[in-house]
Design a binder for this molecule. Structure first.
Ligand code: NDP
Length: 249
């Protein structure tokens, strides 16, 4: 349980990457300012986080299951937090999707929106009433540079982050008069499992009905150059965790 004076921080998508590193960074804060509720949809994946948290696990860091695509899971998770009191919500969970639009089913596109857009909306709707009542709180959203600019072959992912940016910009104005802040973080490439998962999906991709020029451009030009950009410019999850800590301080 949080000590008085400690801020309760709930983070989504802590099984890997940026979410895991934010959870560990805040749980290991030298002044012990944060009581971290690290959530993930499958607690069987907790080992990496527990190992990285070390002594902080069970003290300043605890775990809860949470699937941001499920109304029931979101409600249960927030209800199991003492008094539903969350000072800082970090919406980090997200999925990517890469490839020519003709190769991607509407179902796959909906999964991206269900996670990256409605997942954030669900979480904000659930915590907002208590934050407004207490007239304090901070909601942080992990967007992307692709929430600011379209990028070829990332059409659906980009659209999901644009939608989230629009929602959050509008919400931020409404929340401000209740003294609730809403911040967005917009990282460029970051070395996490995100890229690996997208590349695995691309390896299984089929291209029926896609013109040969588009397939060639995607496979022979776009993919190699995007891997080069990741290698050259990729930040670490630690970089984003440090930035997130600054945003909430
Ligand atoms: P990872 O794939 O390493 O982490 C994504 C996390 O989101 C995982 O914990 C994953 O859980 C979780 N997640 C996915 N779907 C759900 C769901 N329905 N409910 C709860 N959790 C879910 O990627 P990153 O750490 O890189 O991504 C974190 C965020 O950063 C995302 O929002 C992403 O869009 C954003 N971002 C990433 C960039 C990058 O280059 N890596 C660049 C800019 C922004 P599980 O293990 O169960 O799949």
């Amino acid at each position: 349980m949080a000590n008085s004076g400690q801020k309760v921080v709930l983070i989504t998508g802590c099984s890997s990457g940026i979410g895991l590193r934010i959870a560990v960074t805040l749980a290991k804060d030298e002044k012990k300012r944060y009581h971290v509720i690290a959530t993930m949809r499958d607690l069987k994946k907790k080992d990496k986080l527990v190992e990285a948290a070390g002594d902080a696990y069970g003290k300043t860091l605890m775990l809860l299951p949470l699937d941001v695509c499920s109304d029931e899971s979101v409600e249960q998770c927030i209800n199991s937090v003492k008094d539903r009191h969350i000072d800082i919500l970090i919406n980090n969970a997200g999925v990517g999707l890469l490839g020519p639009v003709e190769s991607i089913s509407i179902e796959e596109m909906k999964r991206v929106f269900e996670t990256n857009f409605f997942g954030v909306v669900r979480m904000i709707k659930e915590v907002m009433p208590d934050m407004k009542k207490r007239r304090s709180g901070h909601i942080v959203v992990m967007s992307s540079v692709m929430g600011l600019q379209g990028v070829v072959f990332n059409d659906v992912y980009t659209a999901s982050k644009f939608a989230m940016e629009g929602f959050c910009e509008s919400m931020a104005v409404q929340l401000l008069k209740f003294n609730v802040r809403l911040s967005m973080i917009e990282p460029g490439p970051v070395h996490t499992e995100f890229e690996t998962k997208m590349m695995e999906d691309v390896a299984k991709m089929e291209y029926p009905g896609v013109d040969a020029d588009t397939v060639r451009y995607f496979k022979d030009v776009y993919l190699p150059s995007s891997i080069d950009i990741f290698e050259a410019m990729g930040q670490t999850p630690e970089d984003i965790a440090k930035c997130t800590k600054k945003v909430i301080e």
